[in-house]
Ligand binder design. Structure first.
Ligand code: TYC
Length: 107
């Protein structure tokens, strides 16, 4: 026999499943921060190689970070954003540059 409680539980499960199927995944922005030491060419290389941006766009974003302190490099799911951030930080440490990179949830 199916009780009212069991029916209600099944409805709750169905609603949960439906919500997971239709809700769009959150997006996360990967941002570069300015500093006084990292060479501009190194930042442009990062934007081209990690974020797959064309040179023109890479230069534009690098200059935005240089002048405004921070710039959006790309929007991704959380795991991809964190992987890109780690690639930037690894490359910066290996090259001896203090370049900083942060991930922020986007609204
Ligand atoms: N401000 C740096 C310089 O003058 C260049 C720079 C740009 C550094 C962007 C970091 O995220 C950055 N060499």
């Amino acid at each position: 026999m199916t009780t009212a409680t069991q029916i209600q539980e099944q409805i709750s499960l169905n609603q949960q499943t439906a919500k997971e199927e239709v809700s769009t995944p959150k997006k996360y922005g990967v941002f570069l921060l300015n500093d006084h030491y990292t060479p501009m060419d190194f930042v442009v290389d990062i934007l081209q190689n990690v974020f797959r941006l064309p040179k023109t766009q890479a230069v534009t974003i690098m200059l935005q970070v240089h002048h405004e302190g921070k710039g959006l490099c790309g929007r991704y799911t959380k795991d991809v954003a964190q992987t890109k951030q780690q690639q930037v930080l690894n490359a910066a440490v290996n090259a001896g540059h203090p370049l900083m990179c942060v991930v922020e949830e986007l609204v």
